[in-house]
Design a protein around this ligand. Structure first.
Ligand SMILES: [Zn+2]
Length: 149
């Protein structure tokens, strides 16, 4: 996998364009229909997922989603948060990084048997492929993401 490029989907013809990160500032255009591509910055931060948006944000997403299940009272969750933010930037265009507050969204937490936090769920095309329960380091999370791409 090449993390020096973004995959940007054209809003007009839905073609997935591979754009080098160094060229994103130039205002890249779609290779097929020549329309201007949307900026990839929208996918550089974790998406906050709720019970209500879970179906659309995670299950219907055609690709890899890293879901960080966390809680406000959980110390290790706060320690993990900067790592999750970094991964969102580094894997932008390749992995959708999302966060779920388990206290505010108990239905989704129960559905995936999230018994402790932090728990990381790795989805591919809407199915859980892997789970990491506990505050794992960045290398372990990265290794799993690369294995899924
Ligand atoms: Zn296009």
């Amino acid at each position: 996998m090449d993390t020096d490029t973004y995959i940007i989907q054209c809003a007009n013809c839905k073609t997935r364009n591979r754009i080098p990160k160094s060229r994103v500032k130039d205002g890249p255009i779609c290779g097929k229909c020549r329309r201007k591509l949307p900026p990839p910055s929208v996918v550089q931060r974790p998406v906050m997922v709720t019970d209500r948006s879970f179906q659309e944000d995670v299950l219907s997403y055609p690709g890899v989603v890293l879901l960080d299940c966390w809680a406000a009272w959980c110390g290790p969750c706060h320690m993990l948060a900067p790592t999750i933010d970094q991964l969102a930037r580094e894997f932008s265009g390749h992995v959708k990084v999302a966060k779920l507050n388990i206290d505010q969204n108990p239905m989704t937490a129960a559905r995936y048997h999230v018994l402790s936090v932090p728990t990381l769920l790795f989805f591919k095309n809407g199915k859980v492929i892997h789970t990491l329960a506990g505050a794992y380091g960045k290398p372990e999370i990265e290794r799993q993401l690369r294995a899924m791409l």
